[in-house]
Every structure is written in structure tokens, then in C-alpha cells.
Design a binder for this molecule. Structure first.
Ligand SMILES: [Zn+2]
Length: 322
């Protein structure tokens, strides 16, 4: 299916001015670099920013592991272009084919690079797969509005392999797959048992405010307890620096519990959405990037549901009386 993404500026330039097309492509290139966090385990650290034309959606952590059987990739980034750059980086670094790609969840910064990989090696839970096939194209369209030409030609690709709780082995690496939820309706976390590295997806954020468009804060809090009980040496959050000190789990728990209490209190005090968006943010979250912006977005996501749950329905008495 051809969409605006395929046809906009770059496509027109390609027809009329091939040299402009080449110049645009040069400007829109992701400078991805891999940081080795354990022998053969690499993380590509995204910027702790929201999507902008300047960062092209390079805001997410992805990872890859060099095993004897081939490379294993965790999440694929925000666009087809990002996926292609990631694939090149993985192949260049490991010198191997890619034998498995995991999608941790269906948020656009984590799976829209799928197009660069063989769908037959992309795996996620049944629910993530359903979420990508039902919402993926809409999420890509939304991102196109924020990232413009960075997204050109990007479409949602659904994982071809469904995995459940259990283990997969590639080379000497045993990957334990655990399905949790709360950030979205299904969040796949992956523990590499041979290195003790836990890939937590967006259940854990570090020094970057948690995002809540599909969140259940109570499920998320339960999942963070479960996450803290998974023995690990290093945790790779979806956003923020790799963490060996439980900071990401503790900070995300603290932030979500503050967010949930603050929104309930705001509602009980009669604040409207605009007022709730401007409540003070505690000093202890000063290191947390985008705290104000994400509070504003969280009010928009969560306030209507809280109103339904906490405020009495004043029409009820009348309808019963009638
Ligand atoms: Zn994310």
C-alpha cells in the first residue's frame, strides 16, 4: 500500500533531482554506535529525548548479542531507516547473520525497524504480535507526523514467531523469556542467563520519565516487583543508561507511585486536566529528563480513566428516579 510516507518530498526529489535525494539521505542518517557491556553483548544507547526531527527517533535502547549460532537482536528502533542502520551495525560488529530478533513491546520506537529484518526470525509474545498487527500502522502514521522524512517507506511488520514464557538457546547463550505487563498489555523481558544481563524493555526507565499511553500503573508496579526478583548483574532499560545498581527499577517504581498518587490527589482536589499538568514535580526527579512533558502526556492518558473510577456518576440518581 502506497501512503504519504512513500511519496513525500524525498520521493518527488528522487524523480526530479536525484542529487537532492542523495543529499537528503546523507542528512537523514543515524550515527548508531555499539557499546560493549559484556563480551559479545552490545547496547546502542538512545538519546533521552522525545521524538524530534533533529534526533530522527534515535531515542531508544536496542541491544545485540554475538552468539556462535548468529546474532540476537533486541528491539529494532523507530523507522525502517533505523532498522537498516542497526542491521548494518550488527552485521559489521559480529560478522554473523541475524538468527533472532525480539520485540519487547509494540511501541513505535521499539519495533518500527522490523522491516529491515526477516519476519521469520522476529519473535514476540502473542499479545505483542496482536498489538503490532492491530495498531502498528496507526502508530507509524503518528510517528510520521513527528519525524517526517526519517520515516519514509516505514510500515509495521508483525513478528513471524510467537514465543511464550520459557527459554531459547543460541550458541552458548540461554535466553529466558518472561512476559509481564503494565507498560503495555504485554511486555517481554529477556534474561541472558550466561551473562546475567536483563533486557527490561520499557518496564524500566532510568533518568528519563516513563511513558504511559498504554499503561496500567497497578500492573506495572507488580511487574517491577517481579523484575526486581529476577537475578541479574546488569539491567538494560528501554531508555537510559545500563544499570548495575537497581536504580532503574527503584526510580521507575518511585516515579510511578508518585504519578499515581499525584493524579488521584489532583482529581480529589477538583483540579481539571490543565491544572493537573502543572502540579510541582519533586526535586528527587530533577535528573529525570522530560518529567514535565511526560506528566502532561500522562494526565491526558490517565485522567479520563481516573475520573471514571473515582468520581461519582451524578446522572445515576436521576435515571433511577425516572
Ligand atoms: Zn520506548
Amino acid at each position: 500500500m502506497l501512503t504519504r510516507r512513500d511519496t513525500l518530498l524525498g520521493g518527488l526529489c528522487a524523480l526530479a533531482f536525484p542529487h537532492i535525494e542523495a543529499a537528503l539521505a546523507a542528512q537523514l542518517s543515524y550515527a548508531l554506535s555499539a557499546r560493549e557491556v559484556a563480551p559479545g553483548t552490545y547496547v546502542v544507547i538512545g538519546k533521552r529525548e522525545y521524538f524530534t526531527m533533529a534526533n530522527g527517533g534515535d531515542i531508544v535502547n536496542v541491544a545485540f548479542i554475538d552468539t556462535k549460532d548468529g546474532a540476537v537482536v533486541i528491539d529494532t528502533g523507530s523507522s525502517k531507516r533505523y532498522g537498516l542502520a542497526l542491521r548494518q551495525l550488527v552485521e559489521r560488529t559480529t560478522g554473523k547473520d541475524i538468527v533472532r530478533v525480539y520485540n519487547t513491546h509494540h511501541h513505535p520506537d521499539h519495533f518500527l525497524g522490523n522491516q529491515a529484518f526477516d519476519p521469520g526470525v522476529i519473535a514476540s509474545t502473542e499479545q505483542v504480535t496482536k498489538n503490532i498487527s492491530s495498531e502498528g500502522e496507526m502508530l507509524a502514521e503518528n510517528l510520521y507526523r513527528l519525524l517526517g522524512d526519517w520515516m519514509r517507506g516505514t510500515h509495521a511488520v508483525t513478528p513471524g514467531v510467537v514465543v511464550a514464557d520459557g527459554e531459547e538457546k543460541f550458541g552458548d547463550h540461554r535466553f529466558e523469556l518472561i512476559e509481564l505487563k503494565g507498560h503495555t498489555s504485554s511486555d517481554l523481558i529477556i534474561l541472558d542467563k550466561s551473562t546475567g544481563i536483563l533486557f527490561a524493555g520499557d518496564l524500566a526507565f532510568l533518568d528519563r520519565a516513563a511513558t504511559t499511553p498504554h499503561a496500567s500503573l497497578s500492573d506495572w508496579q507488580e511487574s517491577l516487583v517481579a523484575l526486581s526478583q529476577v537475578p541479574h548483574k546488569l539491567l538494560i532499560p528501554g531508555h537510559g543508561e545500563p544499570d548495575s545498581e537497581e536504580r532503574a527499577i527503584n526510580q521507575t517504581r518511585d516515579y510511578l507511585s508518585w504519578l499515581s498518587k499525584t493524579l488521584e490527589q489532583a482529581l480529589n482536589n477538583g483540579l481539571d486536566m490543565t491544572e493537573a499538568m502543572s502540579v510541582p514535580i519533586p526535586e528527587r526527579f530533577a535528573s529525570v529528563a522530560l518529567a514535565r512533558e511526560e506528566l502532561e502526556r500522562s494526565v491526558a492518558h490517565l485522567y479520563p480513566g481516573l475520573e471514571d473510577r473515582l468520581l461519582p456518576y451524578i446522572g445515576q440518581g436521576e435515571s433511577q428516579a425516572l
